[in-house]
Design a protein around this ligand. Sequence first.
Ligand SMILES: Cc1ncc(COP(=O)(O)O)c(C=O)c1O
Length: 374
Amino acid sequence: MADQTYDIETRCCHYVTDIVNGHPHGAVSVPIYQTATFAHREIGEHPTKDTFTYSRGSNPTRRELEDTLASLEGAGDCVATATGMAAIALVLELFNPGDHVICTCDLYGGAVRIFGEIAPKRNVSFSYVDTGDLDEVRKAIQPGTRALYIETPSNPTMKVTDLKAIKKLAEEFNLLLIVDNTFLTPYFQRPLELGADIVVHSGTKYLAGHNDTCAGFICTHKDRTDLAERIRYLCMSFGPTLAPIDSFLTLRGIKTLALRMERQSENAKVIAEWLKNHKKVKKVYYIGYGAMISFEVDSEQTAKDVLNKIKLIIFAESLGGVESLLTYPMTQTHRELSVEQRNLLGINERFLRLSVGIENVNDLIRDLDEALSD
Ligand SMILES: Cc1ncc(COP(=O)(O)O)c(C=O)c1O
């Protein structure tokens, strides 16, 4: 059992619940409670942290995962959803017609897609600015602005937002601060400790870590029990909760989060330096830690050659898993953006995004070198 007095590496690999006393039979690995419903012990029983009535509302396997992520993020509460998009969609339910949200300009394309969808239908509007520039954010604030929605580093151009500074602005204008922490995970960045109200995750990525399951999370600040209650209520009502088997896989993934983040980040540092010195690479986007690198090559043909020639690295969407993946944002993750938006951000036909895995770094470089050769 690992409480907050233990360091994050320890909290990744030990459950929050006391295995000996908290789980029947003392199973060291939390069982997959593959059940839709639970027998009631008495009339009028309602779900609490320790009593379960129906798996849409709560389930012991999912609860262990939620408690684990709450512990890692330093959150008051956490709900686990079927995907990262389900988490983001649920957060949008917090807004009312007339509300306005300021977002980081290069968000994950799926977030842009649903923001664009609901804006006309629900009359919630969104502005996109470089949230790394506080003056830009300040200028975008309107009377109806309710929240700041930040990805840092952003996807895919790795723009960094100073969360402490933006929190001050959020406080000044009484805005909700929401941060998508998918790229760095609580191992490298804990936005709630810097004052964010809500953290969302695509758990599909580093947290689950093995490209074998989808998952999402919404974590709330310890002082925002109002938000936590509302989100649990919405989650139970709409039902986008994570299945027991996927909760188990994500929990198992998190056990090695610290090791994987260290190794992936170490590999990425070496690869970013190598790319900077390659004659066909014109620009490298890397923040110095974490394992996401974007880079621009000299021509569209080179970009296509690299995608066709890689043998070890896999040409695929997604990121954060143990296998390295190369993505072509223009036709994959960011195809929803207009050409003008893409050009403004530099997401062009020469732009590639690499999620660095845990392989031997020399093997990865050999693969890139061969793919970049004439
Ligand atoms: C930063 C970020 N947030 C959210 C999502 C959506 O997550 P999911 O694919 O699990 O729905 C993604 C997916 O790529 C992402 O990269």
